[in-house]
Design a protein around this ligand. Structure first.
Ligand code: ZN
Length: 73
């Protein structure tokens, strides 16, 4: 039997890659990767475009329980 604990944590998903491959020449060109696919030993590299996970747009799905953290505004 596998222990199943209900996970009520935030679901973080990584969407399109936003890495600017033309930054060195002052342009703007993304590789067109639409979704991050975990790859590598730690799963931090994208299998599709090879960029690090941080280059992908992070999307946090709103959970049932919203915690109100102090925001500077
Ligand atoms: Zn990429």
């Amino acid at each position: 039997m596998a222990a199943r604990s209900k996970d009520a944590k935030k679901v973080v998903q990584y969407r399109e890659c936003q890495r600017n491959h033309a930054a060195s020449i002052g342009g703007h060109a993304v590789d067109g990767c639409r979704e991050f696919m975990a790859s590598g030993a730690e799963g931090t590299a994208c299998a599709a475009c090879g960029c690090h996970r941080s280059f992908h747009r992070r999307e946090v799905e709103a959970g049932e329980d919203r915690d109100c953290s102090s925001t500077s505004g």
